[in-house]
Ligand binder design. Structure first.
Ligand code: SER
Length: 615
């Protein structure tokens, strides 16, 4: 049984039961600003689970790539044990107000025991036992009782109850943590038992604890989660019923493989084992003696491969920051084991996933380039941090050696100037006053929060006349660039002050002098035409339909603020530019007066920055 077979059998199982296969959504959601990465299979289906009619029916199945390293679903710190990964593939099936518990639970049991051949004696289930205003799920209890009785197993030893901390699912966790508008419901999970003789945690905190199916010792593994998606959080904190009762089932392919192979360590399943062997070869060390480090390398680099494949580049913000953390964490573990060359490990990971994700092979050079470049940058930052400290402390007459105590102020300079986190500074062998560092960090965060509030005004430093003129110029430039180079080009950021306009976009080379002249000419022509600029609040779907572009920062759920330069939502063909945008803008393009490019910069792989002046 391979990971590929697990997916293939699941899709066929549900296709036979009239489910339509839906595609794997992009790992970086295109139009959902609530999460940086797709973190569950249900995410692209949220509007339909909430009651909107799906044009393709009521039964769906898919396999979704997900990343859980942020927000309520953050597993980054869990990596290192026998089963936690941050990137994994999730198979899922959904009923949008169609079938419910009495179909779903027997089907999943059948798929796991018959199609995958997993030993039924090793299976246990949990159901929702009630929480605050929600009562115990007696329907799931009676369906499971019948399933176990039908196959000759005693249900009393197989079914366990838990409250919402274990048996409730929403993207934000328990009901209390769900924000207004979020959907969720009670769940029922299936667990696989690796047996009481498992010696995974002989020295762990769990060694004397009473083991139960939902404890974290590693003996039992959750392999399937069915959510009965029924509720929506209201503004006053209460819950209302969704217009329909839905099924949202998800199961991690890697975990099903562990159960199918009866292998309690995911890194030793047929999927990950070749990568572990490659790491052993590259470091000349054994897995047995370096389990934690090798798991970190394997899990974090696998996530990095998929995130880099989604066109994310390491940076200090958002998705880029997560990628930077993951790569640096794997590099730390790799360096600790004396490894140097990550090439073969990346290759082995791509090999590991290529049957289910063939695009990784096509994008191999880009993926490898992104990771290796960050490894180099990290080494460079470490070198600069060290030489900063050597200079500083020699100057004070001290020799700087490993384990040297440095001041919290200096550690903070390294953090802000060279981008090394406190742990990364400690990994270099320096110690410092943690509490003082935390205080400095708090001050810094307050300052950046203020900065971020400003930045969130659509990249505008202020709302002065000059800045607003620059803002309208970015919309003109955006369309002009797309007309010149094609619609794959899109804005990736902007920062506008009264001094200058800064505009970032995806493009892989410097603009030639002729191209710069042409861009200036087109934008100045549109300024001269003195076209009216206005906004409308329109349904987000409609905005997409009429071809609105932009960063989607100003999408407010179902309706969005859209700026038009010329035309309007009824006559979009008459518009020069249609963008999702918070504003503000000038009323007529003529107010921008003139536009001139003053500088171009490269922003790293595939992204450029243009500086311009207006007025
Ligand atoms: N939404 C649930 C999960 O992600 C089931 O698909 O676990």
């Amino acid at each position: 049984m391979t990971a590929f077979d697990i997916v293939d059998k699941y899709i066929k199982f549900f296709e036979k039961r009239d489910h339509k296969k839906i595609p794997n959504s992009p790992l970086v959601p295109k139009n959902d600003p609530t999460t940086l990465f797709t973190n569950s299979g249900m995410q692209p289906l949220i509007p339909y689970l909430a009651g909107e009619k799906h044009p393709e029916g009521k039964r769906f199945v898919n396999v979704q790539n997900v990343f859980r390293g942020q927000g309520a679903l953050d597993d980054i710190n869990e990596v290192g044990d026998n089963r936690h990964l941050t990137f994994f593939r999730m198979i899922g099936n959904w009923s949008l107000g169609d079938y419910f518990k009495k179909e779903q639970l027997p089907w999943i049991f059948e798929y796991i025991t018959k199609d995958l051949g997993i030993n039924q004696e090793k299976l246990y289930v949990s159901i929702f036992g009630g929480h605050n205003e929600f009562s115990q799920d007696n329907e799931a209890l009676s369906v499971w009782t019948e399933i176990f009785e039908n196959v000759g197993l005693n249900p009393t030893n197989r079914i366990f109850h838990y409250d919402a901390h274990k048996n409730w699912w929403s993207r934000a966790g328990i009901p209390e943590n769900m924000p207004e508008g979020e959907i969720g419901g009670p769940s029922s999970e299936i667990f696989y038992d690796f047996g009481k003789d498992l010696k995974l945690h002989e020295n762990s905190q769990y060694k004397n604890a009473l083991c139960h199916i939902n404890c974290d010792c590693g003996r039992y593994l959750e392999i399937s989660n069915t959510v009965f998606m029924q509720y929506k959080k209201q503004p006053n904190g209460t819950f209302s019923n969704l217009p329909q009762q839905n099924i949202d089932h998800g199961a991690g392919v890697e975990r099903l493989l562990m159960a199918a192979e009866n292998q309690p360590d995911v890194f030793l399943t047929s999927l990950f084992a070749p990568t572990i062997t490659t790491i052993e070869k590259q470091t000349n060390k054994s897995y047995e003696k370096n389990v934690r480090e090798m798991r970190m390398i394997s899990a974090h680099l696998s996530s990095s491969v998929f995130i880099a494949d989604a066109n994310v580049y390491p940076s200090n913000t958002e998705q880029g920051y997560i990628l930077r953390r993951l790569i640096r964490r794997s590099v730390d573990s790799f360096n600790k084991l004396g490894g140097k060359n990550l090439d073969n490990i990346i290759e082995s990971i791509v090999d590991q996933f290529k049957q289910t994700d063939p695009n990784l092979v096509e994008n191999f050079e880009k993926i490898k380039g992104t990771i290796l470049e960050e490894q180099e940058k990290y080494a460079h930052s470490q070198k600069r941090a060290k030489s900063f400290l050597i200079k500083k402390y020699k100057h004070q007459g001290d020799e700087l050696m490993s384990n040297t105590e440095i001041s919290a102020e200096d550690a903070f300079v390294i953090y802000t100037t060279h981008g090394l986190s406190p742990t990364q500074i400690k990994n270099l062998g320096y110690s410092f006053d943690q509490q003082k560092f935390a205080e400095k960090m708090k001050e810094h965060k307050n300052l950046s929060k203020k900065g971020a509030e400003k930045k969130f005004r659509g990249g505008l430093a202020d709302h002065s006349k000059q800045t607003v003129m620059g803002h309208t110029a970015t919309h003109l430039m955006h369309t002009a660039l797309r007309d010149m180079f094609g619609t794959d080009l899109h804005q990736s950021g902007s920062n506008i002050t009264s001094e200058r306009v800064r505009f970032d976009f995806n493009f892989d080379r410097k603009l030639t002098d002729e191209e710069v002249a042409k861009l200036e000419k087109v934008v100045n022509k549109k300024i001269k035409e003195n076209i009216p600029v206005h906004f409308e609040m329109i349904p987000t779907d409609k905005a997409h339909e009429i071809g609105a572009i932009g960063l989607f920062m100003d999408t407010y759920g179902e309706s969005s603020k859209i700026y038009f330069i010329g035309g309007d939502s009824k006559n979009p063909e008459k518009s020069y530019s249609i963008e999702f945008c918070g504003g503000p803008h000038v009323e007529f393009t003529g107010e921008v007066k003139s536009f001139k490019i003053i500088k171009q910069d490269a922003l790293g792989r595939g992204f450029r920055r243009i500086y311009a002046k207006v007025g």
